[in-house]
Design a protein around this ligand. Structure first.
Ligand SMILES: [Zn+2]
Ligand SMILES: [Zn+2]
Length: 79
């Protein structure tokens, strides 16, 4: 079974803001924000190397310094 290490608190994913380089805060998984989905959110999928979406958990990141929002794809790990 594959689990998301971020959702399960196995490690803290650190992402640096692509605009200002600051350390971004990882928010909840994208599904939990579905009602607030913004079409203006820029998707940055640079963490995704292949297209196996079944084993990917999407998380929102927000930069506390400049307000930039990004989506990161966390690769699930085998439990
Ligand atoms: Zn997750
Ligand atoms: Zn920033």
């Amino acid at each position: 079974m594959y689990i998301c290490p971020v959702c399960n608190g196995l490690y803290d994913y650190v992402k640096n803001c692509s605009l200002c380089g600051g350390k971004m805060e990882l928010l909840d998984r994208v599904e939990n924000y579905y009602d607030d989905y913004s079409p203006y959110l820029s998707y940055q999928l640079t963490d995704l190397n292949d297209g196996d979406s079944a084993n990917i958990c999407s998380h929102y990141c927000i930069c506390p310094f400049c307000g930039n929002k990004e989506v990161v794809k966390i690769r699930n790990i085998e439990e």
